[in-house]
Design a protein around this ligand. Structure first.
Ligand code: NDP
Length: 487
């Protein structure tokens, strides 16, 4: 175990070159539980020196033991890691709920997805291959798929395990050695995965984890000249800094920067089927989900009926302690709670109509970062609440008249991550689905199945590059073309 219990506050260490180490200067960060604001753990506040040591350890692994493994052997290690995660599922889920505040059922779902990512990429590792290109009859041309080298991974706090699985899992399967900087608010499960990886036999340095602040450890990682490729998930503002740092070192990035995803409800939709999804898509993880369905676009003839039905469900929703299986947990930290509350205040000051609000459970501990879910309707498409990502349990509804207007509104923000379309008309579902400028479109469902196998990523302000699915594995490799003259 990486954590040493000291009364009730656990002290954790970084994983660098296969060893558990404190920050180079011994500094630590307090970890507070979002449920009650109480201190329960400490993590290293990683320094630029720690990042440098981690990058060097990764480079040594990349040029040494890690690169000596075949793709099949790398895959087997990932499959073993999947089994270790499953065996540790209860511990990981409890740790995540404590650290991040998400309800236990969501943490369990994240563990399942994490194991599935390792299984998926473990079994895919030796299925990724290059090609032979016809050229001159006197030449043989082979195009090989090769790893980037040392990859840097900045993981956010909203789905730490899932985002680790999709990005680090794919990078390792592709043969890269990795350096990971988890979010300061959700590092504990990532450190635990590191310990499990060591237990199942990953060579030292293939996976390094340095916790700490984004502006120090994170910035040092993305600016490090020893990093060959960067995967970032987080805000557009930090994404710009990451891409700027990458540009200075001339390395590639995948950026997944959130969204303002619309669910389009046509008047022929199966509303019984749609309603639970319309609500859950914004409540899941307290709305702190990049692909949250945060905008409802509803055809005018059924606008009132759908708003009333969603409002009825919203009134029953309660934010509460993550271990008591509430509808939603607290926000991850006080800053996020205040950020969401500011959006709510602004909307109310602008005169937006609250169609319904849920509440905070009466037994929710004081000191926790709870926000009552709130549903505004009708909301103009141009309003701030329709255009900006709130990253909280805040839903808006806007009416539309016809298909053309629905498409215009759905595509009418700076983002482009996901969309939902609800209709019984098969031709329309395909037409509208294919008109969405987003990375994933769901028809008569939303975010179904977690999407381990499905390529995921954005357009515009939602970022670029694709993770998840086989596409994610391809993204963490590049090509080398071998030209052999033989006559
Ligand atoms: P950030 O984008 O700042 O944080 C995301 C990750 O980047 C964290 O690991 C963070 O570390 C790290 N980071 C922060 N600054 C730097 C830097 N200069 N260089 C490298 N890495 C850095 O988001 P916030 O946590 O501040 O959340 C603000 C908003 O961002 C949210 O309200 C939401 O809208 C959006 N967001 C979107 C996510 C998504 O899934 N697309 C995920 C998280 C946030 P640390 O946390 O330690 O500072």
């Amino acid at each position: 175990m990486n954590d040493q219990a000291s009364s009730t506050v656990t002290l954790h260490k970084n994983l660098i070159g296969g060893r558990d180490v404190p920050a180079s200067d011994g500094a630590v960060l307090d970890v507070l539980s979002p449920a009650d604001g109480q201190l329960f753990a400490r993590i290293p506040s990683g320094t630029a020196e720690d990042i440098d040591a981690a990058v060097k350890a990764a480079r040594a692994a990349f040029e040494g033991a890690w690169s000596k493994l075949t793709a099949t052997e790398r895959g087997r290690l990932l499959i073993k890691l999947a089994a270790a995660v499953e065996a540790d599922a209860d511990h990981l889920a409890a740790l995540e709920s404590r650290d991040n505040g998400k309800p236990l059922r969501q943490s369990r779902a994240d563990v399942t997805a994490l194991a599935r990512y390792f299984e998926y990429y473990g079994t895919a590792a030796d299925k990724l291959h290059g090609e032979v290109i016809p050229y001159l009859n006197t030449h043989f041309i082979g195009v090989e798929r090769v790893p980037h080298g040392v990859t840097g991974h900045i993981i956010p706090w909203n789905y730490p395990m899932q985002i680790f699985g999709r990005s680090v899992g794919a990078a390792l399967a592709g043969g890269n050695a990795t350096v990971v900087k988890p979010a300061e608010d959700a590092s504990l499960t990532i450190l635990r995965i590191g310990a499990l990886a060591r237990e199942v036999g990953f060579p030292d340095g293939a996976l390094n984890i340095v916790t700490g602040l984004g502006r120090t450890a994170g910035a040092a990682l993305t600016a490090h000249p020893g990093i060959d490729f960067i995967s970032f998930t987080g805000s557009p503002e930090t994404g710009t800094m990451v891409q700027t740092a990458a540009a200075k070192n001339h390395v590639g990035v995948t950026l997944e920067l959130g969204g303002k995803s619309a669910q389009v409800v046509f008047d022929d939709a199966d509303l019984e089927r749609a309603l639970p999804s319309l609500v859950n898509a914004i409540i899941q993880n307290g709305g702190q989900t990049c692909s949250a369905g945060s905008r409802l676009l509803i055809q005018r003839g059924i606008f009132k009926d759908v708003v009333d039905a969603v409002a009825e469900r919203f009134r029953t929703l309660r934010a509460g302690h993550p271990e008591r299986e509430p509808d939603l947990g607290p926000m991850v930290n006080q800053a996020q709670q205040r950020r969401v509350e500011k959006y709510l205040e602004r909307a109310k000051n602008e005169g937006l109509t609250v169609a319904a609000a849920g509440g905070i459970a009466s037994d929710a501990p004081s000191g926790g970062y709870y926000v009552a879910p709130t549903f505004f309707a009708p909301v103009a498409h141009e309003s701030v609440l329709s255009q900006e990502e709130v990253f909280g349990p805040v839903l808006v509804a806007t009416p539309f008249d016809d298909e053309a207007e629905a498409i215009r509104l759905a595509n009418g923000t700076a983002y482009g991550l996901a969309a939902g379309v609800w209709t019984r008309d098969a031709m329309r579902s395909t037409r509208v689905g294919r008109a969405m400028r987003v990375g994933q479109v769901f028809v008569n469902c939303y975010g179904a199945g977690g999407g381990v196998e499905l390529p995921f990523g954005g357009f515009g302000r939602s970022g670029h590059g694709r993770e998840k699915g086989f596409e994610g594995l391809v993204e963490f490799t590049t090509t080398r073309t071998l030209v052999i003259a033989h006559g």
